[in-house]
Design a protein. Structure first.
Length: 376
């Protein structure tokens, strides 16, 4: 599981953490049901767990020191680096990194789907990047990796890589060090920047011509940005199944049959929860078209949070929206508004996890089936 502080930026007064030392993980939170209902059920925004301070103190630079002290035994060995980070996490109480059970679920998905191009939103210290990117050289020993990407091999099917976007300069720097230590410097490209504008120019940055799409996306950054960033990815044609080139319809249907659509894995959709994202990714094209025609909202609407107490209830919620809050563009998107492509169809399920705070959390897994009219 991963968690983050509510606005995803560390405390504005880092010295406060230094004065207090590394804060232990807070205990004594209410039960999950109480959290969901406690913020007013339908009127609440996110679970209180989202407001814990999980990062931004000396624990991240401390991780680098810890790993450097062990480098003779961990260098070049991704599993040893992951174990050392986990060991360190036990010592400091908490790091907002993907949990082992969820990590295993995503690993299984990667092994099944064999993605070549994976995008991650939110690198933090590079733990999930090492966890998932280490599978790429195993699957594609002869791939062309980001360090070799250039205009000549743009669009080449052998391009393989793990791209991770991280907003905080210090975390991006740490993630690079961790990835290098794991021997994955050639496989992983960390982009230091705010996700939404970075996504807008990602094709150009990566020299990745249309109609190439991403094979997998792991969304694990600022929760209110999930929906707008997904829409930007849709706008940029980075999500899909059938290449958008002008193909004969019959050929399109055949490709749609064999092709693998982009697989999107969005973390923490139950805890702290992300109703807007679930509403959008699960909505029908018709509902999305209607919502898109209404334009943007100037202020965030009251968030819908269903009072679901079972997984079955979560699974069946949001099928018909509401899409109201997906029309608001959070300020963290830095003025880049995603319009989205209502014609894209997704099929999905929830990947279980146990939240460290207790209770059930999940990733929403969505596989793009292509556009309406492409046989989707
Ligand atoms: C939960 S952590 C990611 C954990 C990581 N995926 C792992 O499992 O090891 C969330 C990260 O997203 C970053 N973040 C928040 N807002 C962002 C944005 N707009 N663009 C890029 N990164 C952002 C935060 O700085 C933080 O490092």
């Amino acid at each position: 599981m991963t968690d983050e502080n509510h606005n995803n930026t560390p405390s504005s007064d880092p010295s406060a953490f230094v004065r207090r030392g590394i804060p232990p993980l807070r205990r004594g939170f209410p039960a999950r049901g109480a959290m969901l209902a406690g913020r007013g059920g339908r009127g609440g925004r996110m679970n209180p767990v989202a407001s814990w301070n999980y990062s931004g103190d000396e624990r991240e630079p401390g991780l680098v020191e810890y790993l450097e002290a062990k480098q003779s035994t961990v260098r070049g060995d991704p599993d040893a680096v992951l174990d050392a980070i986990w060991e360190y996490k036990q010592q400091v109480g908490h790091l907002m990194i993907v949990g082992k059970s969820k990590g295993l679920g995503v690993e299984k998905l990667i092994r099944e789907r064999k993605p070549k191009l994976i995008l991650e939103l939110g690198a933090y210290v590079g733990y999930s990047a090492v966890y998932f990117a280490k599978l790429l050289p195993e699957m594609y020993p002869n791939g062309i990796y980001p360090s070799e990407w250039n205009a000549e091999n743009a669009g080449n099917e052998d391009r393989v890589g793990y791209i991770s976007i991280e907003k905080m300069d210090n975390f991006a720097e740490i993630a690079e060090k961790v990835v290098d230590l794991a021997g994955l410097g050639e496989v992983v490209k960390i982009i230091n920047g705010s996700s939404t504008p970075v996504l807008k120019s990602l094709r150009k940055t990566l020299n990745m011509p249309a109609p190439t799409t991403l094979d997998m996306i792991f969304i694990d950054h600022h929760k209110p940005l999930y929906t707008n960033d997904l829409k930007v990815l849709e706008d940029e044609g980075l999500i899909g199944k059938v290449p958008r080139a002008a193909l004969l319809s019959i050929l399109k249907i055949l490709i749609a049959w064999y092709a693998q659509g982009t697989c999107i894995v969005a973390d923490n959709v139950v805890m702290p929860g992300n109703p807007a994202y679930l509403s959008y990714i699960r909505a029908t094209p018709q509902a999305k078209r209607q919502s898109a025609s209404k334009g943007i909202l100037d202020n965030p609407p009251a968030s819908f949070h269903p009072n679901c107490s079972t997984k079955e209830e979560w699974q069946s919620s949001f099928r018909d929206g509401p899409l109201e809050e997906t029309r608001w563009v959070p300020p963290d998107s830095e003025g880049v508004r995603g319009k989205g492509n209502p014609e894209l169809v997704y099929e999905g399920w929830m990947l279980d996890d146990v939240h460290e705070a207790g209770g059930w959390d999940a990733c929403e897994v969505s596989i793009c089936q292509g556009e309406v009219g492409d046989g989707a």
